[in-house]
Design a protein. Sequence first.
Length: 168
Amino acid sequence: MKEAASSKETIRIGKLARLCGVSPDTLRHYERLALLRPAGRTEGGYRFYQADAATRVRLIQVALSVGFTLAELSRFLKLREAGRPPCRAVRALAAEKLEELDRRLRDLHRLRGTVRQLLESWDARLEATPAGRRAGLLDLLASGEFGTDLPRRSSAVPTVKNLERRAR
C-alpha cells in the first residue's frame, strides 16, 4: 500500500481501493460500519476520501489479520474518536485472542495425532484387505475409536459457516 502525499489531498474511491489492495465494495462496507468516512462526493456522486484514508484502511486490514473483528474495531475507533483512549481494552482483547489461538493450536495438535493414528490403522487394514474388497475405513470412523478426546468438531478446523462469518 502506497502512502498518499498529503492529508489535504483527496482521492477517489477507485484509486484508494487500488492503493490499499481492496475493492471499492470493501471501502463502502467499511464506510457503512463507520470505520471509514468519506470526505464527500463529487457532482457525479463518486465518493472521495482524504489521502490519509489509506492509513485507516491499513489499520483495519492489519487489525483483521491479527484477529480483531470489524465490530470490535468499530467499537475501539468510536471510543478513540470520542476522546476516550481504548488502549487497555484493545490490549485485553488481544490477550484473549492469543489465548484462543493457543487453545486452537492445542486442538490442532491433538487432531494431528488422531489423524496420524487413524492413518496407521487404515494402512494396517488396507494391508490385510485383499484388493477389490472393502476395508471398512469409513466404518472405523463411525466406531468412535478415533477422535474421542477431541471436541465434536474442532474449532481449529474451519467450517463453511465459520468461513462465511469471517468473510463478513
